[in-house]
Design a binder for this molecule. Structure first.
Ligand SMILES: Cc1cc2nc3c(=O)[nH]c(=O)nc-3n(C[C@H](O)[C@H](O)[C@H](O)COP(=O)(O)OP(=O)(O)OC[C@H]3O[C@@H](n4cnc5c(N)ncnc54)[C@H](O)[C@@H]3O)c2cc1C
Length: 263
């Protein structure tokens, strides 16, 4: 590591002021992405602003029509919350499949969503449910939030404070995990409700995406059979040491069928 300034603000305003006053600052949540990146010198911030002392950023609130998860809420808390398991079991189940116990005990929903790793699980739930990202400045629809690989609509210094999910009685996530990290080699989140069917794919492309062709097929026949033969073009997908684009295209279909089968 190298020298940097560590800050532990006790309010949201203080965190934002520290960010605005620093040369090359970064917020710290669970540290499961930021700290490895710093150790490998992929990132070298001048100031690290630890959010753990900022009140009001963690916790789960369930209302009649939505579930709001604070940015600092860990994956373990999402997975194990009885209220959330009851209100939105698909989200609790998704969180229970992230990484391993150590990752789930430190990693946070805000860090995951702000980081926008193309293989992260939460982006599929946000887009697949039509969630809303709440920041210290505004609210952003999930459809508009993920703008590219590790890129989001957050402006520099903008702090993600919570994610609000609409409740959905029929929703499910299926992923093919990388056997080492458990990140999604491909994951598909499907929901069906009053506002229609949503199909969101993570892990397969540079950023999470909605798969309109599957949504149209499922709107008239909400069954795995309706998805037979529907694959995204491999040209649009990722090839890396773990899987080719063609393999991922097939995984999209298989994972989508599994998700629909468990709706
Ligand atoms: C071994 C391993 C396995 C993993 N497996 C999976 C997996 O299977 N699935 C999966 O989805 N993820 C996986 N992850 C990622 C992990 O779950 C975390 O979600 C991820 O590391 C980011 O969350 P964090 O809280 O640690 O964020 P940090 O590392 O603290 O921050 C990440 C980035 O987000 C920014 N940030 C953090 N919080 C905020 C905020 N509130 N507002 C604005 N910006 C913010 C930081 O400045 C930083 O740039 C894995 C990680 C590891 C190390």
């Amino acid at each position: 590591m190298y020298t940097f300034n560590y800050h532990h603000p006790s309010s949201l305003d203080e965190a934002v002021a520290l960010f605005e006053g620093a040369a090359d600052p970064v917020f710290l949540a669970g540290g499961h992405t930021l700290l490895p990146a710093m150790k490998q010198r992929l990132q070298a911030p001048s100031d690290v602003i630890d959010l753990s002392g900022v009140p009001g950023l963690s916790g789960i609130e369930v209302s009649a029509d939505s579930v709001t998860v604070g940015a600092l809420t860990t994956h373990a808390d999402v997975a194990e919350s009885a209220a959330l398991q009851d209100a939105l079991p698909s989200l609790a189940s998704l969180a229970s499949g992230i990484g391993d116990a150590q990752v789930r005990n430190r990693g946070t929903i805000g860090g995951s969503v702000a980081n926008a790793d193309p293989a992260a699980d939460y982006p599929a739930a946000l887009v697949g449910l039509g969630a809303t990202v709440v920041t210290n400045r505004c609210e952003i629809a999930a459809d508009d939030f993920f703008t590219g690989m590790f890129e989001t609509a957050l402006e520099p210094g903008e702090l993600l404070t919570a994610v609000r999910f609409p409740r959905a009685s029929r929703a499910a996530y299926a992923k093919f995990p990388n056997p080492a990290s458990r990140y999604a080699m491909t994951g598909v989140f499907v929901s069906a409700g009053d506002s229609g069917v949503r199909v969101a794919v993570t892990g397969a492309a540079a950023s999470v995406f909605r798969f309109a062709e599957m949504e149209t097929a499922l709107a008239t026949d909400l069954s795995p059979d309706a998805l037979g033969g529907i694959l995204p073009p491999a040209d649009d997908l990722l090839t890396d040491m773990h899987a080719s684009a063609e393999y991922r295209a097939n995984l999209v279909n298989v994972m989508a069928q599994r998700a629909v089968a468990s709706l």
